[in-house]
Design a protein around this ligand. Structure first.
Ligand code: FAD
Length: 302
């Protein structure tokens, strides 16, 4: 790592945090991942712009991380800078039926704000453990709804260091996809337009979905949620089960016995074990059914 770059950031970043050799297992819901050379959490949009500009000039590779709930980081960690958009960029407000939030706000916090203001439309997101930034990038969704249904505008930092507001329609939002990364944007915040609703019904729906998650998902174990995207016309979990892989284990990594669509860390798993298991599942499912499973989880530093 470029020493001058690190010194510059440590001097300049006063509201945020700059850490060296930070274990990524602390910042991913899989709870695995080796050290990032540099881990920076900017304290403001201006600090973020400064860090990105300096990284470009110093040619330091970087990767943006929200709540780390869709990531598998290598045991060797990440050579470069992890740019964490977290609690320091987490202002939230609402006006009428519109909620405006920074990228670091959690989806559960946004769902709570919607509930408090008797706004319906965010119930689906209450149990997704991501940040708003990660949810925009992934077009996160559940139980028949997705971010695309509620997003109106997204604030980004462009690859050229410009702050811009983009209509959600221009983000090419589709199943677990947006064009945010292709365009080299960093999500800073977004506005979501909801509808007025009945607070009791909103609470009932949130409780119903939370119960469905508790009953069906292995929430007691670290994971990154559904490991694979849903293949057209199939369910990943069913294909995995039909290939006889329910409970399939490699070291500390396992295809969940509760929900075959989830790969879990049973305790002490290494990223290599999880990655190997994922590849084996892909191979065996393809052999059994001819369907190619595409990971939803992002691999970092492999
Ligand atoms: C128990 C569990 C249940 C889950 N259930 C669901 C579910 O029902 N539906 C669903 O869709 N997902 C689900 N997930 C997966 C995950 O929570 C979502 O994909 C979430 O949107 C990821 O957000 P994050 O902040 O954790 O992003 P991260 O995992 O940190 O990052 C994901 C991607 O987004 C990029 N990114 C993150 N923040 C920014 C930003 N500000 N600007 C630019 N790029 C950014 C990263 O570079 C990365 O490519 C679940 C995960 C777990 C662990």
């Amino acid at each position: 790592m470029n020493i001058d770059f690190v010194h510059k950031l440590k001097e300049h970043i006063t509201e945020g945090v700059v850490l060296e050799h930070e274990p990524m297992g602390r910042h991913t819901t899989f709870q695995v991942g080796g050290p990032a050379d540099l881990f920076v959490e900017p304290g403001s949009r201006e600090e973020l712009r400064y860090v990105v500009e300096e990284a470009r000039q110093a040619q330091v590779p970087f990767f943006v991380v929200g709540n780390g709930s869709n990531l598998l980081v290598s045991d060797d960690g990440f050579r470069g800078m992890i740019l964490h958009i977290g609690k320091k960029l987490s202002h939230i407000s609402s006006r009428g039926t519109v909620i405006e939030a920074d990228a670091g706000v959690s989806l559960s916090r946004i769902a709570r704000e919607a509930f408090d203001k008797s706004l319906t439309g965010m119930e689906f997101a209450a149990g997704i453990p991501g940040s708003l930034g990660g949810a925009v990038v992934m077009n996160a969704g559940a139980y028949g709804s997705e971010m695309k249904d509620v997003l109106t505008e997204v604030d980004v930092l462009t690859g050229q260091g410009r702050f811009m507001t983009i209509s959600a329609k221009d983000l090419d939002l589709s199943y677990r996809h947006s064009c945010v990364e292709e365009k080299g944007y960093i999500v800073l915040g977004a506005r979501m337009c909801l509808c007025r609703g009945d607070q009791h019904l909103i609470r009932d729906r949130m409780n119903e979905l939370a119960l469905a998650r508790r009953q069906k998902q292995p929430l007691a174990y670290p994971s990154a949620g559904s490991t694979f995207k849903r293949p057209e016309g199939h369910f990943a979990g069913r294909l995995i089960q039909d290939a006889g892989l329910k409970g399939y284990t490699v070291g500390g990594a396992q295809v969940s016995e509760k929900h075959s669509g989830f790969v879990i860390n049973r305790g002490g798993a290494e990223a290599d074990e999880i990655a190997f298991l994922i590849r084996q599942v892909q191979k065996k499912v393809y052999r059994q059914s001819g369907v190619k499973l595409e990971p939803e989880v992002r691999f970092i530093g492999f």
